[in-house]
Design a binder for this molecule. Sequence first.
Ligand SMILES: [Fe+2]
Length: 432
Amino acid sequence: MTSSFLPVCRRVVAHWRAIVVLLILACVAFLVARSDEFGGFELILLALLLIFIASQIFWLGRLVDVGELLIPGRPRRVWLTIVTVVVYLFVFLYSYPEWGLGHVIRAADYRPQIVLIHAVFWWWFVGSMSAFLLVIVFGAVDRVVRAAEWVYRKARPAAADAEAALQSSGRRRFLERTAVLVSATPFLAAGYGLLYERQNVEVVRQRIRLARLPKAFDGFRIAQLSDIHIGPFTTAEYIRRCVAITNGLEPDLIALTGDYICWDPEAQGEVVRALAGLRAPHGVLGCMGNHEADMGIEESITRLFAAQGIRMLRQERAPIRLGDEMLNLIGIDHGNDLAADAERQVEGDRRPQRLKALVMPNTVNILLIHYPHAFGNHELGIDLTLSGDIHGGGQLSLDFIHRGLNLSSLMGVPYIRGLYKNGGEQLYMNRI
Ligand SMILES: [Fe+2]
């Protein structure tokens, strides 16, 4: 990190053809995706992949730079590049889920050394890509400033020369420090997220006013937990801590809105056992997420939950009674995200009919659904939807600046986190 900004620029210049081509392809894919809904998501993933490849070419160049500085005898650059690329490809392919040993995503192995590999992989993945984008933006701004200076010098040569002599060394130092800071920030932020923020549980309290709510339910409290995703970074012990926090809030009802596992079907027993301690006078009820459908465990995990007194609502409703009054709680499956498109289409088309049959007129209807597909369909008569799925607070988000500054919004997802209103309908997206 001690090298200056100029070698950084030289690396970009040395690989400019590959970087420019990949960035253009990424932008084209992104634009096509935004203009065409069908297949848009896949094109955005392609754009991200291309940006990732460009960023890795850039950082490999930086590693070679550092190698040249550190290794005595100054080996020839070409050999250093070959060794760096071979070592990098070995580490990356070893970690990559489809081509390598597949331990990064679809792992059932929570030994400390494997968890450490996961952590380093994801730290590098997030940090290197974000830092690359920041360096590109920083380099572009620097180029624009230099172009403006060049124009100024042409227009007023005498004044500009005197000023340039005064400023050049100070400016260079400033640029060097800023460049190092800019490229280091995402790595530091990713490390902070991984080591600290991930385990920093935040209780979000949201007051919701429902026009048709019976008097008896005034002040009724629902605690929602979503996207637990038991795995190397969300251990059973951590989930038990969340359970204790939830019970401590003394909710009247607890709602679980899907994605209990990551990719490991064998983890279902452990997540159910960890959640079994949840307690609320009106019960613990939930719905299925896409991970349960994708891994084919909807039936089995529903049975495991039932054995612990937790009821999964699968195209079902449950009356919640208080005195003579009642709420109608509905739960709908998310469906399989990995299913073929036609299959998903059929599943999606069925959803409104299924819901319609479960809604009770002249009653407050609360829907538990992993992603709010039906939100805004006023004919259905849903008063409140509780959802999750998007990980609106956790997937590359700058939401402390603005709710719209995150990867999901960029990809065109309309509901990210917090409360949304549409006519008389309300939606709460769990921040996760
Ligand atoms: Fe999820």
